[in-house]
Ligand binder design. Sequence first.
Ligand code: MN
Ligand code: MN
Length: 302
Amino acid sequence: MDSEILQKCIKAGKIAAQVRRETAARLEKPGASFLESLDFAEGRILKLGGQIAWAQMALNDVAAHFCPEEDDTQVSQEGDLIKVDIGVHIDGYIADNAMAVEVATKEYTDLIKAAQNALKSAIKLVRPGCQLWELGEAQYSEAEALGFTTVKNLSGHTITPYTVHGGVSIPAFNNKDKTELQEGWQVAIEPFVTNGQGMIREKGKATVFMVEAEKGVRSLYAKKILEQVKPQQGLPFTTRWLTRKLGKGSAVLGLRELQQSGIIHAYPPLAEVSGGMVSQFEHSMVVKDKPVVYTRHEEDGW
Ligand code: MN
Ligand code: MN
């Protein structure tokens, strides 16, 4: 990886880490509006000089892929376990990071600790030639040490320009994958740890989408959506960006057409199958003998 690209990753990472922490700090207090918190996150990314790849959150048994709609009235409540997942890019070079916070409770301190430990112990192994199963094993054993398990059907991933999932999955358990990390790969490691069974499935209405094919569209609504999300260049977009600009009716019709014609793919919330609580921590890094973990904030401690 040349140094100009590395500098872009590092810049995106600094912003992603700061916005992730600021957003989590808001949501950690009871009564914080989900909608305002994610609008805040997006505003901060831009203010700090980044481009928005995504700003998402997830509540309790939901692991990932939730964004509030424009009329969402939910607020954080005592006893909630909230994940904040922030993606920032500079010219397509993405920093992907996430953290979990518990709202006015100490009930999930161990669950949080376990995911932090899982991430830390995997990062310690990162170097060219490290096999993917080793990273999975490290994460799983940290979760198990505190009495939990990792979510098996969620994984970390490589990152390539303007692409969230670069094609190689990094398991959170020993899946026997002997693929070796290569020098210069950008990877995100993201253990999801749960007190449930350790599997997720899609649940509820999607508010996160990505364009996955380029094809002609019929309706004006669909055209307008594609125009609006074009600057994302394939990175995620969310419903409220569209409804605020086009109105709810037009946005819903347009989204339906785009989904039916296979132009966009919907990513519904992912919930733990047994209703277990889920914590998550995530860093992005560049693989080297000493990896460059570019989403770490000096106060993270993980
Ligand atoms: Mn993420
Ligand atoms: Mn990720």
